[in-house]
Structure formats: C-alpha cells, structure tokens
Design a protein around this ligand. Structure first.
Ligand code: ADP
Length: 535
C-alpha cells in the first residue's frame, strides 16, 4: 500500500493489486491443478457402469435430484475451483456433442491427470507429456476405427439400434425397463429421422412426464400431448378426423376499452342485453362451424355460458392452451393460428386423425392426445413414474438413449463396451510406445495406463478385484487376439461383449478420447495461477 495525493492535495491510498492476489507458479501450479481435476474424477468414478452408484444432490432451495448421469451430477455440484470447472465443462461438451459417455470422459481425464502427475515427479517437462498424450490419443483414435464394426439397420430392422440404446440405459436408474425405453427411444428417433440425409432433428421429439402410474406405462405417442382437457365434461372424449380451429381470440363479447356505463332499468333492456350477448357467442360458434371445424383449441378461457353453448352446438373445445403448445399443435396439424373469428377459413384449420382425451386412474388428471397429425412427424414420449425425481431421471436417461440412436443414424459404426475398446486401445498404444525414441515414449505409455482406468472402475464398481480382473482380460485379449473382451459387470458368465450385446457408438468413444486429451493438455500447460486472495 502507498499513500499519495491528488492535484487538490487530498490524500488517497494506492493498493497494489498484485499483493492482493495469491499466486502459484511452475510445478506447484500444475500439481494443484491436477489434484483439483482428480478430485472431480474421483467423485464420478463410482457412478460408472451398470453397477455404478447414484448420487443425490440437493439444490439451495431444497430440491432433491437423484441421478447417475455424469453431466447432471457435475452441473448441479457447486464447484468453485477453476480447474474443477474445466472438468464440468468437459462433461458438458461431451453431453452437447454426443449426449452420452459423460461419466466416462471425466474418469478418463482424471486418469490422464493422475499419470501426468507421476511423470512430472520424474522430471519430465509438461510440454513433452502433452505432446506424448496427443500422439497416443491419435494412435488410440485410429485403433478404434480398426476395431469398430458396422451394422445395417432399417425402419423394420432396428434391433441393433435398440441393443445399443440398452447399453446406455443399463447403467441408469431406469435399467429395470431398459428394453421398453430403448425401443421407445429408437422408434421416436426413426419417426423423425431423415434417413436419406442421415439426420435427426431431436427438437421434434417432445418428452413429457406426469407423476403416477408405472415406469412401464411410458409410451410413445405419434403426435402431440397437451396437459389439458375438454372444457365441458359432456363433450365427446374422442374425435376422429378432427379439423381444428386454433384460436388466440377469446370466446366472449368485445369489451369496451374505456369506462362505459350501461343503464338497465327495465326488464326489456336486460333481456335485450342478454340476447345481444347470446348472439355474439352464437355468431362465434357459427363462424367456427361454417368453416367446418370439429374442434376448437383456444388460448384463452371462456365463461360458462359460452362453454354451455359450445357443448350444446356440439363443438368440442379446449381452453387455456399455452402459446408454445399452440404453436406446436399448429405445426403438427398443419393449421394456422387465427387471431380473429372473421379470419377463419377452411384452409387454416389443422388436421389430425384422432384427438382423444385420456383420464388417469381415479385422479382428476386428464390429458389430450392429438395423434396422426397431417403435417409433421413430431412425436411425444410420455413418461410415467412414481415420483418427480424418477420422472426427471427418466427424462435424462431417455435423452441419452435418443442421442445414442441419433448418433447411430448419423454414423452406424459401433465399438464394444464394458471397457473392451479401452483395453484394446491400451494394448495398441503400449505397443506403439516402444517405437518412439524420444521422451514422449513415457507419456505414450502413461496414456496406455490411463486407458485402463475405465475398465478398472467398471470392475471395481461391480465388486470385482480391479487389478486381477483387468490383467486377466488384457491377457485374454492378447492371447485370443479378440478385442471384444471386456469386464463382465453383470456376472453373465462370459466377458465377450459381442455375446453380451454391449455396444457403444464409435463416435461417442472417439469423442471421449479427444475431449479428455484436450482438457488434460490444457491443464498441463498452465504454469501460473493468479487468483484473488481469500481476504
Ligand atoms: P456414461 O455416463 O459415461 O455413459 P455410464 O455410467 O453410462 O457412463 O457407464 C457407461 C460404461 O458402462 C461404458 O463403458 C459401458 O461400456 C459400460 N457398460 C454398460 N453396460 C454394461 C454391461 N452390461 N456390461 C459391462 N459394461 C457395461
């Protein structure tokens, strides 16, 4: 601190910014960063694989989330450390690009950091480690291409897609009905996929959930689901070949914008007014009927009189439908949103093969299914479950399964799971290390050891001896020249992952490798950490 004076002679204090900061340099900085990254990886390690544990997270306002999804765990953990934030970002980018493998990528990065720490202690420069890692990741990336397999699928033959989605779901809380959910995810993706262009617009798949029922009741609806019911209990519950008027104008007489006074001092005047009002309603209903609408979906409410009249004139109606849903309905049914009754024309009506109202058990809950829509291939996955937490977790798991199915449609190559691909890459990288004359050789070998972290974590989480199991599987892979041997987490009796049908997408696994290597390289290259001090 220093005392200085301004041009008017007033004293002021200069605080030297740098003194207020803590600073870590060189090896100390790298070690601190590595231990922060490792700490995050350690948390996620126990969640990996079909026998992985779940985490319970409580938000500041008391909401509880129970999940097994790496990206969600990290997202909800309130991490302060900058390097830890990088790991969170890493998991998020895997989620964004691929949608699955968010735990695996962090475990992999953690293992790479751990190995790097050992190399740093042996005096190898971080840049050499980073370069070695880069070379090794390229070798592993190419080796994955070699062991990957292609499979054919079609709209009628989608079993391989289902099997791959089942691998994703088998490590989630919802694995009890993974077959069901995997089929739903695959059918949903195929419904909206453009198979010629090999592209899928996941925005067309709406995932809805409602507490109640069983997880097994989760269904795929070829259309739109709206959490609303018919405005009058006596209106028909099912309409076939519906022509839908989608309105943003209310069913009510126009209201004067400024204050007006109506003097009603005789019975005739009152009756006159009532008749006028009645006529308004009647005209509105008539206008809808004239254009041929058989169902009205309205953004606004309408009072009892209008409701009664609609029922009487046999025009079913739904009220208070939100703007977003209204738009979705308009897109799906090929209709137009109409802001005024006068503007209604037959072409502006939406068309749906079936609109039905469904009640759930003994509750008052009812929902509207709009199916077989004219235009769009939009589908809805409707999740049922015992409580809100379960529904939220199912939504996250379904998201992963949808992403996997989409990835397979984009690129139908797979590698086998259960750590088999990692072990095979580890063997290949290890072999390649000997061919490199420089110091990078150590880093390449360390990369091979880091690749073993995923199968080891899988074994450990399944209650197996990690080192014994890994070495047994590795020697089996070499002996039998079979890159499909992995960890038999579920104690099926064979560790050939082809027989167990445990698949993962090639692009997902490759992305994991690339992302983990990039982040670790980034962390290794930081040798100066300047941060504001605690006080
Ligand atoms: P992530 O969030 O990274 O997808 P998961 O907890 O879903 O993590 O675990 C995925 C790992 O579990 C993958 O390495 C996968 O190969 C493995 N796995 C999934 N199902 C099985 C199974 N039935 N047997 C052995 N390994 C499995």
């Amino acid at each position: 601190m220093a005392l200085a004076f301004d041009e008017f002679g007033r004293p002021f204090i200069i605080i030297k910014e740098q003194e207020q900061k803590t600073r870590l340099r060189g090896l100390e900085a790298q070690k601190a960063n590595i231990s922060a990254g490792k700490a995050i990886a350690r948390i996620l390690k126990t969640s990996l694989g079909p026998k992985g544990m779940d985490k319970m997270l409580q938000s500041p306002d008391g909401d509880v989330t129970i999940t097994n999804d790496g990206a969600t765990i990290l997202e909800q953990m309130d991490v302060d450390n900058q390097i830890a934030k990088l790991m969170v970002e890493l998991s998020r980018s895997q989620d964004y690009e691929i949608g699955d493998g968010t735990t695996g990528v962090v475990v992999m990065a953690g293992a790479l950091l751990e190995q790097a720490e050992l190399l740093l202690e042996r005096g190898i420069h971080p840049i050499r480690i980073a370069e070695g890692y880069e070379m090794a990741s390229r070798i592993a990336f190419e080796h994955m291409e070699k062991i990957a397999q292609k499979f054919d699928y079609g709209v009628s033959n989608f079993e391989p897609l289902v099997q791959t989605c089942m691998t994703t779901l088998s490590s989630k809380i919802v694995n009890r009905c993974k077959r069901n959910l995997a089929e739903i995810a695959v059918k949903a993706v195929l419904a909206v996929a453009d198979l010629e262009r090999k592209d899928v617009n996941l925005d067309l798949i709406k995932v809805e959930g409602k507490v109640g029922g069983k997880l097994e009741d989760t269904e795929l609806i070829y259309g739109i689901l709206v959490d609303k019911d018919m405005s009058h209990p006596q209106m028909p519950k099912q309409i076939e070949d519906a022509k839908i008027a989608i309105l943003t104008c209310p069913f009510e007489p126009p209201k004067p914008k400024t204050k007006h006074k109506v003097d009603i001092d005789t019975v005739e005047k009152f009756q006159n007014l009532r008749q006028q009002e009645h006529k308004y309603f009647d005209d509105m209903v008539q206008q809808c009927k004239d254009v041929g609408a058989t169902l009205v979906i309205c953004q606004w409410g309408f009072d009892d009189e209008a409701n009664h009249l609609l029922m009487h004139r046999n025009l079913p109606a739904v009220r208070w439908v939100g703007g977003v849903e209204l738009e979705l309905i308009a897109i799906a049914t090929g209709g137009r949103i109409v802001p005024r009754f006068q503007e209604l024309t037959p072409e502006k009506l939406g068309k749906a093969g079936l609109v039905r109202e469904k009640a759930f058990g003994t509750t008052k809950d009812r929902m509207l299914y709009i199916e077989h829509c004219a235009n769009s291939r939009a589908v809805t996955i409707f999740i049922r479950g015992g409580n809100k937490m379960m529904i939220e977790e199912t939504k996250r798991s379904i998201h992963d399964a949808l992403c996997v199915a989409r990835n397979l449609i984009r690129n139908n190559r797979i590698v086998y799971g259960g750590g088999s691909a990692e072990i095979s890459c580890s063997i290949a990288v290890e072999a390649a290390a000997d061919r490199h004359p420089g110091v990078e050789q150590y880093a390449i070998r360390a990369f091979a050891d880091a690749l073993d972290a995923v199968p080891m974590a899988l074994a450990e989480n399944s209650g197996l001896q990690p080192i014994e199991t890994l070495s047994a599987v590795k020697s089996q892979q070499i002996k039998e020249n079979n890159p499909y041997c992995g960890i038999d987490c579920n104690d099926v009796g064979t560790n050939d992952m082809r027989e167990q049908n445990v698949f993962e997408t090639l692009i997902g696994k490759q992305q994991q490798l690339l992302l983990a290597t990039q982040v670790v390289k980034m962390i290794l290259k930081i040798d100066d950490v300047i941060s504001p001090s605690e006080y």
